[in-house]
Design a protein around this ligand. Structure first.
Ligand SMILES: Cc1cc2nc3c(=O)[nH]c(=O)nc-3n(C[C@H](O)[C@H](O)[C@H](O)COP(=O)(O)OP(=O)(O)OC[C@H]3O[C@@H](n4cnc5c(N)ncnc54)[C@H](O)[C@@H]3O)c2cc1C
Length: 386
Protein backbone atom coordinates (compact mmCIF):
# COMPACT_ATOMS: atom_id res chain seq x y z
CA UNK A 1 0.00 0.00 0.00
CA UNK A 2 1.40 3.37 -0.99
CA UNK A 3 0.67 6.11 1.53
CA UNK A 4 1.36 9.84 1.37
CA UNK A 5 1.26 11.71 4.70
CA UNK A 6 0.83 15.49 4.67
CA UNK A 7 2.62 16.92 7.73
CA UNK A 8 5.68 15.69 9.62
CA UNK A 9 4.41 16.61 13.11
CA UNK A 10 3.71 14.30 16.00
CA UNK A 11 0.70 12.44 14.59
CA UNK A 12 2.04 12.21 11.02
CA UNK A 13 5.41 10.78 12.04
CA UNK A 14 3.93 8.31 14.56
CA UNK A 15 1.48 7.08 11.95
CA UNK A 16 4.24 6.88 9.31
CA UNK A 17 6.41 4.61 11.45
CA UNK A 18 3.48 2.39 12.46
CA UNK A 19 2.29 2.01 8.85
CA UNK A 20 5.81 1.34 7.53
CA UNK A 21 6.32 -1.33 10.19
CA UNK A 22 3.10 -2.92 8.87
CA UNK A 23 4.69 -3.07 5.41
CA UNK A 24 3.36 0.10 3.74
CA UNK A 25 5.44 2.30 1.43
CA UNK A 26 5.18 5.69 3.19
CA UNK A 27 6.25 9.21 2.16
CA UNK A 28 5.84 12.17 4.52
CA UNK A 29 5.61 15.65 2.97
CA UNK A 30 6.51 18.43 5.40
CA UNK A 31 6.28 22.13 4.54
CA UNK A 32 9.11 23.23 6.85
CA UNK A 33 12.78 23.25 5.86
CA UNK A 34 13.60 20.97 8.79
CA UNK A 35 11.76 18.67 11.17
CA UNK A 36 12.04 21.13 13.99
CA UNK A 37 10.74 22.82 17.08
CA UNK A 38 7.42 24.66 17.14
CA UNK A 39 6.24 25.58 20.62
CA UNK A 40 8.11 24.06 23.54
CA UNK A 41 7.13 21.45 26.15
CA UNK A 42 4.54 18.70 25.98
CA UNK A 43 3.11 16.50 28.69
CA UNK A 44 2.84 12.96 27.42
CA UNK A 45 0.45 10.91 29.52
CA UNK A 46 0.32 7.10 29.91
CA UNK A 47 -2.07 6.66 26.95
CA UNK A 48 0.43 8.43 24.65
CA UNK A 49 3.46 6.66 26.15
CA UNK A 50 1.77 3.33 25.38
CA UNK A 51 1.88 4.24 21.66
CA UNK A 52 5.52 5.37 21.85
CA UNK A 53 6.38 2.06 23.51
CA UNK A 54 4.47 0.03 20.91
CA UNK A 55 6.39 1.90 18.20
CA UNK A 56 9.59 0.61 19.86
CA UNK A 57 10.76 4.14 20.73
CA UNK A 58 10.35 4.34 24.49
CA UNK A 59 14.05 4.03 25.37
CA UNK A 60 14.98 6.83 22.96
CA UNK A 61 12.07 8.93 24.21
CA UNK A 62 12.97 8.64 27.90
CA UNK A 63 16.59 9.68 27.29
CA UNK A 64 15.53 13.31 27.11
CA UNK A 65 12.22 13.40 28.95
CA UNK A 66 11.46 13.97 32.63
CA UNK A 67 9.25 11.48 34.46
CA UNK A 68 6.52 13.54 36.16
CA UNK A 69 5.92 12.99 39.87
CA UNK A 70 2.85 15.14 40.40
CA UNK A 71 0.62 18.06 39.46
CA UNK A 72 0.35 20.91 41.95
CA UNK A 73 -2.64 23.24 41.51
CA UNK A 74 -1.93 26.60 43.16
CA UNK A 75 -3.67 29.87 43.87
CA UNK A 76 -2.22 32.71 41.79
CA UNK A 77 -1.61 35.41 44.39
CA UNK A 78 0.24 33.50 47.14
CA UNK A 79 1.20 30.32 45.22
CA UNK A 80 -0.46 28.35 48.01
CA UNK A 81 -1.17 24.74 47.00
CA UNK A 82 -4.87 24.08 46.48
CA UNK A 83 -4.59 20.43 45.47
CA UNK A 84 -1.94 17.88 44.54
CA UNK A 85 -2.29 15.03 42.09
CA UNK A 86 0.29 12.43 43.00
CA UNK A 87 1.38 10.83 39.72
CA UNK A 88 3.46 8.24 41.58
CA UNK A 89 0.16 6.61 42.57
CA UNK A 90 -0.64 5.79 38.94
CA UNK A 91 -0.62 2.04 38.35
CA UNK A 92 2.77 0.42 37.61
CA UNK A 93 2.23 0.30 33.86
CA UNK A 94 1.42 4.04 33.68
CA UNK A 95 4.09 6.72 33.30
CA UNK A 96 3.69 10.44 32.76
CA UNK A 97 6.52 12.38 31.08
CA UNK A 98 7.43 15.96 30.19
CA UNK A 99 9.28 16.31 26.89
CA UNK A 100 10.54 19.07 24.63
CA UNK A 101 8.48 18.93 21.46
CA UNK A 102 11.66 19.06 19.38
CA UNK A 103 12.99 15.96 21.17
CA UNK A 104 9.77 14.00 20.61
CA UNK A 105 9.63 14.98 16.95
CA UNK A 106 13.27 13.98 16.49
CA UNK A 107 12.71 10.54 18.06
CA UNK A 108 9.62 9.97 15.87
CA UNK A 109 11.36 11.21 12.70
CA UNK A 110 14.37 8.95 13.25
CA UNK A 111 12.00 6.07 14.06
CA UNK A 112 10.08 6.71 10.84
CA UNK A 113 13.24 6.86 8.70
CA UNK A 114 14.61 3.69 10.33
CA UNK A 115 11.38 1.91 9.37
CA UNK A 116 11.89 2.95 5.72
CA UNK A 117 9.74 6.10 5.57
CA UNK A 118 10.84 8.82 3.14
CA UNK A 119 10.53 12.30 4.67
CA UNK A 120 10.57 15.14 2.14
CA UNK A 121 11.03 18.65 3.49
CA UNK A 122 10.03 21.98 1.90
CA UNK A 123 6.93 20.32 0.40
CA UNK A 124 3.92 22.47 1.16
CA UNK A 125 0.85 20.63 -0.11
CA UNK A 126 -1.70 22.92 -1.71
CA UNK A 127 -4.21 20.49 -3.15
CA UNK A 128 -5.54 16.94 -2.97
CA UNK A 129 -7.12 15.52 -6.10
CA UNK A 130 -8.54 12.25 -7.38
CA UNK A 131 -8.47 13.24 -11.06
CA UNK A 132 -7.06 10.05 -12.63
CA UNK A 133 -5.94 8.55 -9.32
CA UNK A 134 -5.55 10.03 -5.81
CA UNK A 135 -2.63 12.43 -5.55
CA UNK A 136 -1.42 15.57 -3.83
CA UNK A 137 0.02 18.66 -5.49
CA UNK A 138 2.61 20.82 -3.76
CA UNK A 139 2.99 24.56 -4.00
CA UNK A 140 6.01 24.07 -6.25
CA UNK A 141 3.92 21.93 -8.62
CA UNK A 142 5.21 18.44 -7.72
CA UNK A 143 2.66 15.62 -7.57
CA UNK A 144 2.69 12.51 -5.38
CA UNK A 145 0.34 9.62 -6.15
CA UNK A 146 -0.78 7.23 -3.42
CA UNK A 147 -3.46 4.68 -2.51
CA UNK A 148 -4.07 6.54 0.75
CA UNK A 149 -3.51 10.19 1.66
CA UNK A 150 -3.28 11.08 5.34
CA UNK A 151 -3.92 14.67 6.42
CA UNK A 152 -1.75 15.18 9.51
CA UNK A 153 -1.32 18.84 8.68
CA UNK A 154 -2.56 20.51 11.85
CA UNK A 155 -5.18 23.14 12.55
CA UNK A 156 -4.94 24.82 9.10
CA UNK A 157 -5.28 21.49 7.28
CA UNK A 158 -5.58 21.31 3.50
CA UNK A 159 -6.93 17.77 3.82
CA UNK A 160 -9.71 18.92 6.15
CA UNK A 161 -10.85 21.37 3.45
CA UNK A 162 -10.89 18.57 0.88
CA UNK A 163 -13.15 16.43 3.07
CA UNK A 164 -15.38 19.06 4.70
CA UNK A 165 -15.17 22.03 2.34
CA UNK A 166 -13.80 25.42 3.29
CA UNK A 167 -14.04 26.05 7.04
CA UNK A 168 -11.90 28.48 9.01
CA UNK A 169 -10.74 27.77 12.54
CA UNK A 170 -12.33 30.06 15.14
CA UNK A 171 -10.53 32.11 17.81
CA UNK A 172 -11.25 30.66 21.27
CA UNK A 173 -10.74 34.01 23.06
CA UNK A 174 -7.63 32.64 24.70
CA UNK A 175 -4.01 33.48 23.94
CA UNK A 176 -0.95 31.82 25.35
CA UNK A 177 2.69 32.72 25.75
CA UNK A 178 5.22 29.87 25.55
CA UNK A 179 8.81 30.13 26.74
CA UNK A 180 11.61 28.03 28.17
CA UNK A 181 14.10 29.23 30.80
CA UNK A 182 17.06 27.56 32.52
CA UNK A 183 15.92 25.66 35.62
CA UNK A 184 18.20 27.49 38.03
CA UNK A 185 15.24 27.68 40.41
CA UNK A 186 15.51 23.88 40.80
CA UNK A 187 11.84 23.23 40.20
CA UNK A 188 10.94 19.61 41.00
CA UNK A 189 9.58 17.10 38.45
CA UNK A 190 6.02 18.39 38.77
CA UNK A 191 3.56 20.45 36.83
CA UNK A 192 2.78 23.63 38.76
CA UNK A 193 -0.43 25.28 37.62
CA UNK A 194 -1.19 28.73 39.05
CA UNK A 195 -4.89 29.58 38.72
CA UNK A 196 -5.97 33.23 38.56
CA UNK A 197 -8.92 35.29 37.30
CA UNK A 198 -9.16 34.84 33.51
CA UNK A 199 -5.58 33.51 33.41
CA UNK A 200 -3.46 30.54 34.39
CA UNK A 201 0.21 29.69 34.15
CA UNK A 202 1.70 26.21 33.83
CA UNK A 203 5.33 25.34 34.47
CA UNK A 204 7.28 22.06 34.39
CA UNK A 205 10.86 20.90 33.81
CA UNK A 206 12.24 19.53 30.53
CA UNK A 207 15.45 17.85 29.29
CA UNK A 208 16.49 15.98 32.42
CA UNK A 209 15.43 19.01 34.48
CA UNK A 210 17.81 21.51 32.80
CA UNK A 211 15.00 23.69 31.41
CA UNK A 212 11.65 24.93 32.63
CA UNK A 213 8.72 25.14 30.25
CA UNK A 214 6.27 28.00 30.75
CA UNK A 215 2.80 28.25 29.23
CA UNK A 216 0.78 31.29 30.30
CA UNK A 217 -2.84 31.57 29.16
CA UNK A 218 -4.97 34.69 29.17
CA UNK A 219 -8.57 35.24 28.10
CA UNK A 220 -8.73 37.98 25.50
CA UNK A 221 -11.57 39.48 23.54
CA UNK A 222 -9.89 39.76 20.15
CA UNK A 223 -6.98 38.42 18.17
CA UNK A 224 -6.21 40.87 15.39
CA UNK A 225 -2.77 39.77 14.27
CA UNK A 226 -2.00 37.91 11.07
CA UNK A 227 -0.93 34.33 11.68
CA UNK A 228 -1.39 32.51 14.96
CA UNK A 229 1.98 32.73 16.64
CA UNK A 230 4.44 35.57 17.02
CA UNK A 231 7.50 36.62 18.94
CA UNK A 232 6.43 38.89 21.78
CA UNK A 233 8.17 41.16 24.26
CA UNK A 234 8.67 39.32 27.62
CA UNK A 235 7.56 42.58 29.31
CA UNK A 236 4.03 42.03 27.93
CA UNK A 237 3.94 38.61 29.57
CA UNK A 238 5.19 40.02 32.88
CA UNK A 239 2.61 42.80 32.73
CA UNK A 240 -0.26 40.39 32.03
CA UNK A 241 0.66 38.34 35.12
CA UNK A 242 1.73 41.26 37.35
CA UNK A 243 -0.76 40.36 40.10
CA UNK A 244 0.51 36.77 40.35
CA UNK A 245 2.76 36.12 43.38
CA UNK A 246 6.54 36.04 43.82
CA UNK A 247 6.93 32.45 42.68
CA UNK A 248 5.55 33.38 39.26
CA UNK A 249 7.53 36.65 39.14
CA UNK A 250 10.74 34.70 39.70
CA UNK A 251 9.89 32.64 36.62
CA UNK A 252 8.80 35.48 34.39
CA UNK A 253 11.76 37.77 35.11
CA UNK A 254 14.02 35.03 33.65
CA UNK A 255 12.17 34.91 30.31
CA UNK A 256 14.32 36.36 27.51
CA UNK A 257 12.41 35.09 24.48
CA UNK A 258 8.71 34.36 24.22
CA UNK A 259 6.12 33.48 21.56
CA UNK A 260 2.50 34.52 21.73
CA UNK A 261 -0.12 32.17 20.25
CA UNK A 262 -3.75 32.85 19.51
CA UNK A 263 -5.54 29.62 20.39
CA UNK A 264 -7.70 28.60 17.44
CA UNK A 265 -9.98 25.62 17.10
CA UNK A 266 -12.36 23.79 14.84
CA UNK A 267 -15.18 21.65 16.13
CA UNK A 268 -14.30 17.96 15.97
CA UNK A 269 -14.74 17.08 12.29
CA UNK A 270 -18.09 15.29 11.75
CA UNK A 271 -16.37 13.21 9.07
CA UNK A 272 -12.68 12.24 9.17
CA UNK A 273 -12.29 10.62 5.75
CA UNK A 274 -13.41 10.15 2.17
CA UNK A 275 -12.70 6.97 0.18
CA UNK A 276 -8.91 7.49 0.13
CA UNK A 277 -8.06 10.41 2.48
CA UNK A 278 -8.08 10.41 6.30
CA UNK A 279 -7.52 13.16 8.85
CA UNK A 280 -5.65 12.71 12.08
CA UNK A 281 -4.58 14.79 15.09
CA UNK A 282 -5.24 18.53 15.03
CA UNK A 283 -6.38 18.35 11.39
CA UNK A 284 -9.46 16.43 12.60
CA UNK A 285 -9.85 17.82 16.11
CA UNK A 286 -7.73 20.71 17.40
CA UNK A 287 -8.18 21.15 21.16
CA UNK A 288 -7.46 23.74 23.81
CA UNK A 289 -4.29 22.66 25.62
CA UNK A 290 -6.04 22.55 29.04
CA UNK A 291 -5.92 18.80 29.49
CA UNK A 292 -2.56 18.30 27.74
CA UNK A 293 -4.07 15.77 25.35
CA UNK A 294 -3.66 17.15 21.78
CA UNK A 295 -0.41 15.35 21.04
CA UNK A 296 -1.57 12.30 22.97
CA UNK A 297 -4.71 12.10 20.82
CA UNK A 298 -2.56 12.49 17.66
CA UNK A 299 -0.39 9.55 18.81
CA UNK A 300 -3.47 7.41 19.50
CA UNK A 301 -5.01 8.35 16.12
CA UNK A 302 -1.78 7.47 14.31
CA UNK A 303 -1.66 4.01 15.84
CA UNK A 304 -5.34 3.22 15.24
CA UNK A 305 -5.27 4.44 11.62
CA UNK A 306 -2.16 2.36 10.81
CA UNK A 307 -3.74 -0.68 12.45
CA UNK A 308 -7.04 -0.29 10.57
CA UNK A 309 -5.20 0.02 7.24
CA UNK A 310 -2.97 -2.94 8.13
CA UNK A 311 -5.96 -5.16 8.90
CA UNK A 312 -8.27 -4.23 6.03
CA UNK A 313 -7.24 -4.17 2.37
CA UNK A 314 -10.38 -2.22 1.46
CA UNK A 315 -9.16 1.34 2.08
CA UNK A 316 -12.60 2.97 2.37
CA UNK A 317 -13.69 0.38 4.95
CA UNK A 318 -10.44 0.74 6.91
CA UNK A 319 -10.87 4.52 7.07
CA UNK A 320 -14.45 4.25 8.21
CA UNK A 321 -13.43 1.73 10.91
CA UNK A 322 -10.70 4.18 12.04
CA UNK A 323 -13.18 7.04 12.45
CA UNK A 324 -15.69 4.96 14.35
CA UNK A 325 -13.00 3.75 16.77
CA UNK A 326 -11.82 7.29 17.53
CA UNK A 327 -14.53 9.90 17.27
CA UNK A 328 -16.44 9.41 20.54
CA UNK A 329 -13.30 9.26 22.66
CA UNK A 330 -11.81 12.34 21.03
CA UNK A 331 -15.04 14.32 21.47
CA UNK A 332 -15.16 13.45 25.18
CA UNK A 333 -11.52 14.43 25.73
CA UNK A 334 -11.94 17.74 23.90
CA UNK A 335 -15.13 18.67 25.75
CA UNK A 336 -13.34 17.98 29.03
CA UNK A 337 -10.38 20.17 27.99
CA UNK A 338 -12.72 23.04 27.04
CA UNK A 339 -14.42 22.77 30.46
CA UNK A 340 -11.11 23.22 32.26
CA UNK A 341 -10.76 26.83 31.05
CA UNK A 342 -13.75 27.76 33.17
CA UNK A 343 -12.40 25.92 36.22
CA UNK A 344 -8.90 27.39 36.05
CA UNK A 345 -9.97 30.98 35.33
CA UNK A 346 -12.67 31.66 37.94
CA UNK A 347 -12.87 35.43 38.42
CA UNK A 348 -15.57 35.94 41.03
CA UNK A 349 -13.65 35.71 44.36
CA UNK A 350 -16.35 33.90 46.43
CA UNK A 351 -16.81 31.32 43.68
CA UNK A 352 -13.04 30.84 43.37
CA UNK A 353 -12.77 30.47 47.15
CA UNK A 354 -15.56 27.87 47.15
CA UNK A 355 -14.07 25.90 44.27
CA UNK A 356 -10.56 25.97 45.74
CA UNK A 357 -11.84 24.94 49.16
CA UNK A 358 -13.71 22.00 47.61
CA UNK A 359 -10.58 20.91 45.73
CA UNK A 360 -8.42 21.29 48.84
CA UNK A 361 -10.77 19.08 50.86
CA UNK A 362 -10.87 16.34 48.19
CA UNK A 363 -7.07 16.54 47.89
CA UNK A 364 -6.66 16.05 51.66
CA UNK A 365 -9.43 13.56 52.35
CA UNK A 366 -9.16 11.40 49.25
CA UNK A 367 -6.00 12.28 47.30
CA UNK A 368 -6.24 9.25 45.01
CA UNK A 369 -9.67 10.43 43.81
CA UNK A 370 -8.08 13.40 42.05
CA UNK A 371 -5.78 11.18 39.99
CA UNK A 372 -8.39 8.43 39.46
CA UNK A 373 -10.70 10.95 37.73
CA UNK A 374 -8.33 10.66 34.73
CA UNK A 375 -8.43 6.84 34.55
CA UNK A 376 -10.65 6.95 31.47
CA UNK A 377 -8.01 9.03 29.67
CA UNK A 378 -4.74 7.53 30.94
CA UNK A 379 -5.96 3.93 31.13
CA UNK A 380 -7.16 3.86 27.52
CA UNK A 381 -5.11 1.32 25.57
CA UNK A 382 -5.23 1.61 21.78
CA UNK A 383 -2.63 -1.15 21.46
CA UNK A 384 -4.75 -3.83 23.12
CA UNK A 385 -6.33 -6.19 20.54
CA UNK A 386 -10.09 -5.57 20.10
C1 LIG B 1 0.37 26.00 24.32
C2 LIG B 1 0.16 24.58 23.90
C3 LIG B 1 0.53 23.56 24.80
C4 LIG B 1 0.30 22.23 24.46
N1 LIG B 1 0.62 21.28 25.37
C5 LIG B 1 0.33 19.98 25.09
C6 LIG B 1 0.67 18.94 26.01
O1 LIG B 1 1.24 19.20 27.09
N2 LIG B 1 0.36 17.65 25.70
C7 LIG B 1 -0.28 17.33 24.52
O2 LIG B 1 -0.57 16.14 24.29
N3 LIG B 1 -0.59 18.29 23.61
C8 LIG B 1 -0.30 19.59 23.85
N4 LIG B 1 -0.59 20.55 22.94
C9 LIG B 1 -1.26 20.18 21.66
C10 LIG B 1 -0.28 19.61 20.66
O3 LIG B 1 0.83 20.46 20.46
C11 LIG B 1 -0.99 19.35 19.33
O4 LIG B 1 -2.27 18.82 19.55
C12 LIG B 1 -0.19 18.35 18.50
O5 LIG B 1 1.06 18.90 18.16
C13 LIG B 1 -0.96 17.94 17.26
O6 LIG B 1 -0.16 17.08 16.48
P1 LIG B 1 -0.41 16.98 14.93
O7 LIG B 1 0.55 15.96 14.42
O8 LIG B 1 -1.86 16.82 14.65
O9 LIG B 1 -0.05 18.40 14.36
P2 LIG B 1 1.33 19.17 14.43
O10 LIG B 1 2.26 18.56 15.43
O11 LIG B 1 0.95 20.61 14.53
O12 LIG B 1 1.98 18.91 13.00
C14 LIG B 1 1.43 19.37 11.79
C15 LIG B 1 2.57 19.39 10.77
O13 LIG B 1 2.03 19.59 9.48
C16 LIG B 1 2.85 20.49 8.79
N5 LIG B 1 2.00 21.09 7.74
C17 LIG B 1 0.94 21.90 7.92
N6 LIG B 1 0.37 22.22 6.73
C18 LIG B 1 1.11 21.59 5.79
C19 LIG B 1 1.02 21.53 4.35
N7 LIG B 1 0.06 22.19 3.67
N8 LIG B 1 1.94 20.78 3.68
C20 LIG B 1 2.92 20.10 4.35
N9 LIG B 1 3.04 20.14 5.70
C21 LIG B 1 2.15 20.86 6.41
C22 LIG B 1 3.33 21.46 9.85
O14 LIG B 1 4.49 22.16 9.46
C23 LIG B 1 3.57 20.51 11.02
O15 LIG B 1 4.88 19.98 11.01
C24 LIG B 1 -0.32 21.90 23.21
C25 LIG B 1 -0.65 22.91 22.30
C26 LIG B 1 -0.42 24.24 22.64
C27 LIG B 1 -0.78 25.32 21.65
Amino acid sequence: MKICVIGGGIGGLAFARAAALNGADVTVLEQADAIKEVGAGLQISPNGIRVIEALGLKDEFTKNSVKGQGVSLRNYADAREVAYLDLTTLSDDQEYHFVHRADLVEVLAKGARDAGVTIRLLQKVSEISDAGSPHVVTQSGDTFHADVIVGADGVHSVARKKILGQTSPFFTHQVCWRATIPNDLHFPAQVRLYMGPKRHLVCYPLRGGELLNIVAVQERHAWADEGWHHEDDPKNLEAAFADFGNEVHALLERVEQVSLWGLFRHEVAPRWHNDYTALLGDAAHPTLPFLAQGANMALEDGWVLAKSLGENSNVAEALSQYQSKRIDRVRKVIDTASGNAWKYHLSFPPLRWLAHTGLRIVSQVSPSKLVRQFDWIYGHDVIKPD
